[in-house]
Design a protein around this ligand. Structure first.
Ligand SMILES: [Zn+2]
Length: 112
């Protein structure tokens, strides 16, 4: 389960940025092309943080749909099937515009 190792490395990053302050929530953005199940990630996060300084910090996942663009006609579309094919022309090559990201976008820290 690679979500567990992702959570372990996120804990390290978040603790580094929090510098000992209490973290209420961590916002992450995950592209649809990433093989990550948000529910599993949230579950692993609670397991990993349970015994750390980040206990109680909520993981808030924002899912980004995969967007692709045709190199022939410029058509952009949301990828809803695992086929990189343009809907508006027969032979365009599709490039991934977004959907491959995995970012910690912000931390919500407790008031001091
Ligand atoms: Zn096209």
């Amino acid at each position: 389960m690679h979500e567990l190792s992702i959570c372990n490395s996120m804990v390290g990053i978040v603790q580094q940025y929090a510098e000992g302050r209490t973290v209420r929530a961590v916002n992450v953005r995950i592209g649809a092309m990433r093989q990550i199940v948000p529910e599993t990630l949230i579950y692993c996060w609670s397991l990993v943080t349970e015994t750390s300084e980040l206990m109680g910090a909520e993981l808030l996942v924002e899912r980004i749909p995969a967007r692709i663009r045709c190199s022939a006609c410029g058509q952009e579309q949301v990828l809803d099937k695992p086929v990189l094919k343009c809907d508006s022309c027969p032979d365009g090559r599709m490039d991934l515009v977004e959907g491959d990201e995995f970012l910690i976008t912000s931390l919500e820290l407790a008031e001091v």
